[in-house]
Design a protein around this ligand. Structure first.
Ligand SMILES: Nc1nc2c(ncn2[C@@H]2O[C@H](COP(=O)(O)OP(=O)(O)OP(=O)(O)O)[C@@H](O)[C@H]2O)c(=O)[nH]1
Length: 896
């Protein structure tokens, strides 16, 4: 509510016309122009009083009532006495009026607070309340005057508190006149209430009390105490702070209504709460009760936190899950990480280092529990009692690695005297194959790994099962990038390394070059004082192969490779596929024990009973012994390459383990996919306008699948990337089409798999692209091309020429024409131009018009004069240079 009161409001209050108000105000020295003019509340009061009583402190040259806020103490008692006398008489309200006027005239009152009434109900003493106070006679005698101005006089304790209102609603004549307080937001309900003469005095009192109480939820710093007074002047009030209110005459400030708005907001609470919240705070701010409540809450939380000193959590845990486990809020967790520069959302998974930081920060010991602890069949297998008496020497597993085309397959082929290399599509080894050969009655198992970079993951896996690594380096070619990569893998595996320098039959063969290059990578030849065997071989002629095999056996002997052939089998899946009529096929190398037909096997998330075994030559056998390699049939699903296969006693056991692991894997996959989608959401901002090529990869074998997936994910750049929606071993099915259909622009890539008739037809009908390949290079190249097409073109600028402004002509309604001399190259119409003034580009835009004399021309060559106009630019000056250029769009390739 504004502190200003308008003329028409005063007029209504005083029962006069606006003109009267303006005139009377003038008498008081207050200049008012129109009914809309506003005056301060005090002036309004003064004017209203003057109109109604004909008296004014201003006219009598006494200080205005607004100055009465400070009352001299000495005069207080005397004044009170006067007031008491007046009140005691209670003969008529006119006396009260008089008293009020006196109060008004006395500038020395101790404390007068002019206020708008809290309630529109005039305040009365208890005595008054009890009296049937509706007195029409009295009311009739009363001159209408503004309502709501109240004088409260509180007597000393034990004395009757007498309060007289300057104007009681009950005594007010039923005149259709709005009070100032009503105009300023009066409460109709109160009016109704006040005028309801049918109510008994007691009812009125109770009702009023109720109303008063309702409104006494007041901000303590303002009027809390005074309102307590209003609460029927109970004993509480008597015992309240007299120093503040003891002997005072209080005129309630009508503006209090505003304050009420603030304090009416809190919902009515139970008495206990209400009393607490309405209690004034030290500085009249928030009630202490509330503060205490808050503090209490915090304390209880601290206690809660203090209880958590250690937590055991699963490996994959999200921020909010961790927060919950630690009794913290996700915000607390995020804040800690944020302060260390780690941006996480509450749905993000926490990494090991983040868990460590959080544990330290919160003083909580965080133990990460392996979710698969109970189904860690490999650890259980290794933990079983070992009967060393049954240990025998086992054949070494040798992995051949090397740069592409350096002759790995040919070498192995020669060793086995087979022709594998010629049979492979495109002449490149696509997936790991393993063979066992016998030399001098001793077995050696070889694992061939492809040389292409896309297969680095497979090489790493090969290194894990391997005992000895042979690095093939073509003696005529030397160490290449993939050779270097292979060296890193080999070294990381900790296996002994033998370097086979192949193609020694070639004239260009340079073994010393190979030795020198390898020595640079810390693989120094034995004959150079190092400890790495370098053997010159020829896969073509077979030269050096015996020496190589002998060397392998020597190394194996040094390694003292032992295992227990009597134990239950433990093998590593080095390749897996789904074969028609055979089901899931696992290509394995037995590392311990013997795998037999009928064995119950578990292989990570898959399980089954061995139905058939074939050896490395494809012959059906009943068992596979130590370090032997072959294929196993009988698993329920295609196992993951690199997973361990373990034979167990019961089918229940293998089933339970595999099922639990499968469930966990699924859950993990699911949670990861949620994370990806979340990341994508925020990634939209981070990645800007990144484009994705969604693909589904289907391959014949797991190794190829993984390699393709890995390579495709790698060829992304800042702008475009491949998003592998699904990758699986097996043929292209209708469900793949459904999946592809659900994602815009998704293509299906088949490697060594082809869609069948019905799938092909459906794909055509649904407009889904299926690309099939038998050579990985082709697949990757195709995808690179696709990605290049998706990349936004790069706009390249090509300068065409330069012109100097020699003169300018302003053509009305058209613009400024720059008369130029072409000083370099040529100026082309429609081309872009920069206007350079004092070396600074002041405008870049298009040339809208190019003329030679009066003719439009397409271009103007060096040395010629011309007139140039620009689109939306006329501020051309003599001496400016115009540099013209054209923009050329260029497609970008992912290789760029
Ligand atoms: N002259 C000569 N040629 C060889 C020799 N070894 C391999 N080659 C030839 O080199 C080429 C590549 O041989 P691969 O055995 O396919 O080479 P790789 O390292 O297995 O190649 P990827 O399977 O693609 O990784 C073939 O044309 C072979 O005939 C050798 O000792 N002498």
């Amino acid at each position: 509510m504004s502190d200003k009161v308008r003329v028409y409001e005063i007029a209504e209050e005083a029962g006069a016309s606006s003109q009267d108000v303006i005139a009377k105000a003038k008498d008081l020295g207050i200049e008012l122009k129109s009914p809309q003019s506003a005056v301060s509340f005090e002036d309004a009061e003064e004017i209203a009083t003057y109109i109604m009583t004909g008296k004014s402190s201003k006219i009598s040259n006494k200080p205005a009532s607004k100055e009465k806020k400070v009352i001299k103490k000495e005069e207080k008692i005397e004044e009170d006495k006067k007031l008491e006398k007046i009140v005691e008489k209670e003969e008529n309200v006119e006396l009260i009026e008089k008293k009020e006027n006196e109060v008004r005239k006395k500038p020395e009152l101790k404390k007068v607070i002019i206020s708008k009434p809290v309630s529109k109900t005039p305040l009365r003493t208890q005595d008054e309340m009890e009296k049937p106070d509706v007195n029409p006679d009295n009311a009739n005698k009363i001159i209408p005057k503004r309502r709501g101005l109240v004088i409260i006089k509180k007597k000393k304790p034990k004395e009757n508190v007498e309060i007289k209102t300057s104007f009681d609603a009950e005594t007010q004549p039923k005149k259709q006149m709005k009070s100032l307080s009503e105009i300023l937001g009066g409460n109709e309900e109160d009016e109704k209430f006040n005028n309801d003469n049918s109510l008994s005095a007691e009812e009125l009192r109770k009702a009023k009390n109720k109303k008063e109480k309702k409104k006494t939820i007041v901000k303590p710093q303002d009027h809390g105490k005074k309102l307590d007074v209003n609460r029927e002047y109970s004993d509480d009030f008597v015992s309240s702070d007299d120093s503040l209110l003891g002997e005072e005459v209080v005129l309630l400030d009508m503006d209090l209504g505003d304050s009420f708005k603030i304090f009416d907001e809190p919902k009515p609470q139970n008495p206990a709460k209400q009393s607490r919240s309405s209690r004034p705070a030290a500085f009249g701010n928030t009630p202490q009760g509330l503060k205490r409540g808050k503090r209490k809450k915090r304390i209880s939380r601290t206690q809660e936190i203090a209880e958590i000193k250690e937590v055991t959590i699963p490996e994959d845990i999200r921020v909010y899950e961790f927060a919950e486990a630690c009794g913290k809020s996700p915000a607390e967790v995020i804040t800690v990480l944020f302060s260390l520069g780690m941006m996480v959302t509450k749905n993000d998974f926490l990494k090991q280092d983040e868990l460590e930081i959080l544990g330290e920060e919160f003083g909580i010991e965080v133990t990460v529990k392996d979710a698969l602890e109970d189904v860690n069949y490999v650890e259980d297998y290794l933990g079983e009692d070992i009967d060393e008496g049954s240990y025998v020497t086992r054949p070494p597993v040798v992995t051949i690695m090397g740069h592409v085309d350096h002759g790995k397959t040919s070498l192995l082929d020669k060793i086995r005297s087979s022709k594998i290399a010629a049979a492979e599509a495109g002449g490149i080894t696509q997936h790991i194959t393993s063979y066992t050969v016998t030399k001098n009655g001793q077995k050696i198992t070889f694992v061939d790994t492809p040389g292409h970079a896309a297969f680095s993951a497979m090489r790493a896996r090969g290194a894990n099962v391997t005992d000895i690594i042979i690095i093939v380096v073509a003696a005529d070619d030397g160490v290449k990038t993939q050779t270097e990569e292979v060296i890193s893998h080999a070294k990381a595996s900790g296996c002994p390394i033998i370097v086979a320098m192949n193609k020694m039959d070639k004239e260009t063969a340079n073994p010393d070059m190979v030795k020198a290059q390898m020595a640079e990578h810390d693989l120094t030849p034995v004959d150079w004082g190092g400890d790495t065997e370098f053997i010159g071989v020829s896969a073509k002629t077979g030269a050096g192969i015996d020496e190589l095999l002998e060397n392998i056996l020597i190394q194996a002997e040094l390694l003292e490779l032992k295992a227990d052939p009597t134990a239950k089998a433990k093998a590593t899946v080095i390749e897996s596929s789904l074969e028609k009529g055979r089901g899931p096929v696992a290509n394995i190398i037995v590392q311990n024990g013997t795998l037999r037909i009928g064995d119950n096997i578990v292989c990570d998330t898959t399980f089954g009973r061995v139905k058939a075994i074939t050896d490395d030559s494809g012959r059906a056998v009943k068992e596979l012994g130590l370090s032997e390699t072959g294929t196993v049939l009988g698993l329920n699903e295609v196992p993951t390459t690199g997973s361990f296969m373990v034979a167990m006693d019961s089918d229940k056991e293998v089933r339970d383990i595999a099922t639990t692991r499968a469930e966990h894997a699924r859950a993990k996959e699911l949670s990861k996919s949620t994370k990806v989608s979340l990341e994508e959401m925020s990634g939209l901002i981070a990645e800007g306008k990144i484009k994705q090529l969604p693909v589904i990869i289907k391959a014949d074998v797991g190794g190829s699948l993984e390699a393709i997936k890995g390579s495709l994910e790698k060829i992304a750049n800042d702008e475009v990337k491949v998003k592998v929606i699904h990758a699986a071993v097996g043929g292209i099915t209708e469900s793949d089409l459904i999946l592809a259909g659900a994602s815009d622009g998704c293509i299906i890539l088949g490697f060594n798999v082809r869609p069948t008739g019905s799938v092909k037809a459906k794909a055509k009908a649904d407009g889904i692209t299926i690309n099939t390949y038998s050579i990985i290079y082709d697949l990757i190249d195709d995808i690179k091309d696709a990605l290049s097409g998706m990349m936004s073109a790069v706009i390249r600028e090509e300068n065409t020429g330069q012109a100097e402004v020699r003169d300018t002509f302003v053509v009305p309604k058209i613009g400024t024409v720059a008369g130029c001399l072409v000083t370099d190259g040529k100026v082309i119409r429609g081309g872009h131009a920069r206007i350079i003034r004092d070396g600074v580009v002041i405008y870049t835009g298009k040339i809208s018009s190019l003329k030679r004399f009066k003719d439009d021309v397409k271009e103007v060559a060096n040395g010629y004069e011309c007139g140039i106009m620009f689109e939306k630019f006329n501020d051309i000056k003599v001496g400016d240079f115009i540099e013209t250029f054209i923009q050329i769009e260029e497609k970008v390739s992912v290789d760029n």
